[in-house]
Design a protein around this ligand. Structure first.
Ligand SMILES: Nc1ncnc2c1ncn2[C@@H]1O[C@H](COP(=O)(O)OP(=O)(O)OP(=O)(O)O)[C@@H](O)[C@H]1O
Ligand SMILES: [Mg+2]
Length: 113
């Protein structure tokens, strides 16, 4: 099992959702976040207040998948989110140790799928 965390441009969320749906990935958590990549966040002082000016709005997807869904999920996110411009986003893939469906008590693969 893996936990796939993707940071994407907010306006690409509909395309990514459609691509994930086409890949039979229907479960996800979506969060509005701010962040910066290699163009670097920086701070400036405005009237004595340090302000972060380079943290841009992004959408974060958290998707837990069984191993056979890892590659299709990554491919769908890439296809849906890529414009070829800087800031298109990042995908992180983490090992996922356990998963429980609270209602049924199912665990791991059965609980994710
Ligand atoms: N190393 C990182 N650790 C944590 N979050 C990151 C990292 N790199 C990128 N992010 C997150 O992903 C978002 C999108 O990153 P972004 O696409 O700008 O990556 P990049 O490495 O700067 O690539 P590009 O040059 O294509 O812009 C960032 O706003 C930030 O939220
Ligand atoms: Mg960047």
């Amino acid at each position: 099992m893996k936990l796939i965390i993707a940071l994407i441009q907010p306006e690409k969320l509909p395309d990514v959702k459609q691509a994930l749906f086409n890949a039979a990935v229907h479960k996800m958590t979506v969060t509005n976040v701010v962040g910066c990549g290699q163009q670097k966040g920086f701070t400036e002082t405005y009237r004595g207040v340090v302000t972060e000016v380079n943290l841009l709005k992004k959408v974060r997807l958290d998707i837990a998948v069984n191993d056979d869904f890892v590659k299709p999920t990554i491919k769908a996110i890439m296809n849906g989110a890529r414009t070829g411009r800087i800031g298109d986003g990042k995908i992180f893939v983490l090992p996922l140790e356990e998963c429980y469906r609270i209602r049924t008590g199912e665990t791991n693969s059965a609980a994710i799928g």
